[in-house]
Design a binder for this molecule. Sequence first.
Ligand code: ADP
Ligand code: MG
Length: 722
Amino acid sequence: MSCCGDECACGSKIDFTKTPVEEIYGTNSFSNALMREKLPKNIYREVVAVQNGEKELTAEVAEVVAAAMRDWAIAKGASHYTHWFHPLTGLTAEKHDSFISPTGDGRVIMEFSGKELIKGEPDASSFPSGGLRATFEARGYTAWDVTSPAFLKQDKTGTTLCIPTAFISYYGQALDKKVPLLKSIDALSKQALRVLHALGNESVKRVITTVGPEQEYFLVDKEFYDQRPDLMLTGRTVFGALPAKGQEMEDHYFGAIKERVADFMRELNFELWKVGIPAKTQHNEVAPNQFEIAPIYTNSTAAVDSNQVVMETIRSLARRHGMEGLLHEKPFAGVNGSGKHNNWSIATDDGVNLFEPGENPESNARFLLFASAVVEAVDRYALLIRSAVATSGNDHRLGANEAPPAIVSIFFGGPLTEILDNIAEGKSGGKSASGAQIKLGVTSLPNLPKDVSDRNRTSPFAFTGNKFEFRMVGSSQSIATPNTYLNVAVAQVLSEFADKLESLPAGSAVSNKNEAIQDIIKESYGKHRRVVFNGNGYSEEWVHEAERRGLPNVKNAVDALSVLTRSETISLFETHKVLTKEEMESRYHIYLEKYSKQINIEAGVTIDLAQRYIFPAVTAYASSLAGDASSLAAIGAASAPQEKRAKRIAEILAELYDDIAKLETVLAEAQGIEDVPAQAKAYFEKVRPAMDLIRTKVDSLEKMVAKDAWPLPGYEELLFKL
Ligand code: ADP
Ligand code: MG
């Protein structure tokens, strides 16, 4: 079956096997290239100026863009449009409106105004607002995000024009993940510009952040998935004994891709290419049936949107291929979990990557300055950065099987660390390639690591040649929040650097500026280099070493989220006008509530499966063994093994019975707690351990019960059959 062939279920007429990629790429994206083609020159220029933050969007411009967008979408078969947004659930939301407008004589015309493009009123009062609005204040508005292209969503039900938007309340408070992201980019741009201008680079007008998220996921056969209520309801298996073979052979990583999966991946690429998402790499991951897809990086707002589309497409397309895509951070205990590597950098509007070691002494000095700003930010705001990845799914992953630990540290690699260390110790920045002492801004740096040879895959925050790779992000998360926090943290440090640089007397000589840069790095890096760690982040020694260095190791999401309520965190966000105190507090509550709800569902599923699937099936099996034992005894044959096994199973069943009762008790207690943080704590401290206890019993039973008597497909089917 070839999707998007002649008989394709999705309704598309494009046959991917016959059409060249260049002809398909971006056909469903209202990209700048398309706007350049469809809009009058002056209007297109206005749109670009708005994208660059140089101008406000005017009603006239919106009107022209809306008309062009409508004509394009309708010509491609769209009957509806939606303001597509990122509520605080971490998913995306859409409410579809058709283009129709009655003409009064029983007919309609297809309309879409500038007003409808730039502003929507989806109401959407059921999304979490953390107390920011009562349901009677139902009004919520969506506003067009010009920095991320509109796109067409196509499936067999039809075509919809999706307009990326930000979602705000009647009083202007952020109800989504896009608003703070956009504001954090502005904040970072403002402070980075101050630094760049102070360094003498007057021509730069704006900086943006660039992001390339690598997405990990599992695929399982739909037939088995459908028999696992835990996977269906929670995205992870609450039970499952490890098969004789796990991932220890590491034969899956980068292995040959199975044909069925390759077929899926091929279509995944095409689907993404159609909407202008530059899917580039794909491979098998470490765990069996685990995979990764990475697009080429783009500006971070588009990357955030694209990543949501990638996740959605993985899931919907997998179903068309008789599989299910799992995005949970830890669908299977005992094998690798899934993360999302958030590759992040800062670039100027004239195309300079500020984390690219330079070609000349000045750009090297700038690079080192921005790199040390990141070091300081990650050290000072380690708790905030940790909180950006605090979810119930990630609690299973961080610090377990090949995932970075919950300790936030930075990897720089040997040569770069040495240079920064030397500067901090007043050794004039180390030695240059020729062996001479380096004076920042004057001498060239030795060759810095630019390629994979000097990578460290165990670091949660790794410098990888021209960008930082934040690896703690969970696979199911929206990357909006991690990027927002990173931007704000770095903006704050840059603002302090800028204060120092701007205090130099006007017209200072270049040499004075270089001295100033050197002094800033010396002080900042000297104070914060404890967060730099180039060793094995998965080792036990690192946990102790980090403790000696005073680095926090917050192991669970509930504790990690509490940083959001600290006064210094709130003032950081208020200073940079990214989120207000009220908005921060609402977010804290929403994230905790989500955490509690997820564990509540998992606990419910655990009880249900243990009670209604495992208990009866295992009881029947133990009875049949006991029956076998008596039949064998009746003919004088050896019956002890059957009897022993039946007894052992019955013993574990009795324990299981008690454990279920325990879970029911603590679950009811947790459900009864009204205080949101206290409730989340109870779910973490009481409910989760009670679930784990049940899991131990069930998994040991699975190993004793005949395969055909076990009521659920096992890990061998889920992980190896495709
Ligand atoms: P690996 O798996 O070795 O980390 P990949 O090539 O799979 O590397 O992914 C690297 C990701 O980093 C890609 O999405 C790539 O586009 C992205 N990337 C490269 N340069 C930048 C940059 N300047 N800013 C943000 N992301 C970047
Ligand atoms: Mg990576």
